[in-house]
Design a protein around this ligand. Sequence first.
Ligand code: IMP
Ligand code: MG
Length: 175
Amino acid sequence: MKKLLGKDEIREGVGRLARQLAAEYDGRPLTIVAILTGSLVLLADLIRQIDMPVRIALVGSRRQGDKSSTRRAVVVEPALLPKLEGRDVLVIDDIFDTGHTLVEVIAQLAVHRPASIRSAVLLRKAERCEVAVPPDYVVFDIPDEFVVGYGLDYDDRYRNLPYVAALEPADLASE
Ligand code: IMP
Ligand code: MG
C-alpha cells in the first residue's frame, strides 16, 4: 500500500474541522450522526477535539455488491436515533465518493424535521461526485484511488490502521 495521509496530518485536519464547527455553531448544541461503520474513528477523534455541546447518534449503511463496491443500500434505523426535531444536525462519513450515501442518509433524516442539517466528511475523491449537493465540510481531497485505514475498509479489513493508505494491485492480488 501507499500511505496518503499520516497520523499527524489527520489529527491536524480533524482539529481544523472541530474548530470550524465550534465557530460556526457558536455554542448551539450539535447532534452528530455518524454513518456506520467507516466513520467510527472520525467520530471518536472529532468529538474529543470539539469544544461545544454535542449529542451523538449512529446510522447503518449496509453494503450491496462486491467487496470493493461503493454502492450501498442505506438503512437508517429509527430506534437508534435521538430526537432530531428542531435540532442542528451534522451527518458525518468517512468518505464522499459518488455522494449517494450521504444524499440518501440526509433525505431520510430530514423527515424528522431538524432545524438544520449539514454534512462533513474526512475524505472526498476527485471527480467521482454524481450528486448535485457537495458536503458542507471536507477535511481532505484525495485522488481517485481505493483507500483504507482510519475507519475505511476493504472487505472489513484495515479499519484499524492509524493512517490512510491507497491499496495497490498487489494488495488486491494477495487476497
Ligand atoms: P458513495 O455513496 O459513493 O459516496 O460511497 C460512500 C461509501 O462508500 C463510504 O461510506 C465508504 O464506506 C465506501 N467507500 C467509497 N470509497 C471507498 C474507498 O476508497 N475505500 C473504502 N470505502 C470506500
Ligand atoms: Mg462507510
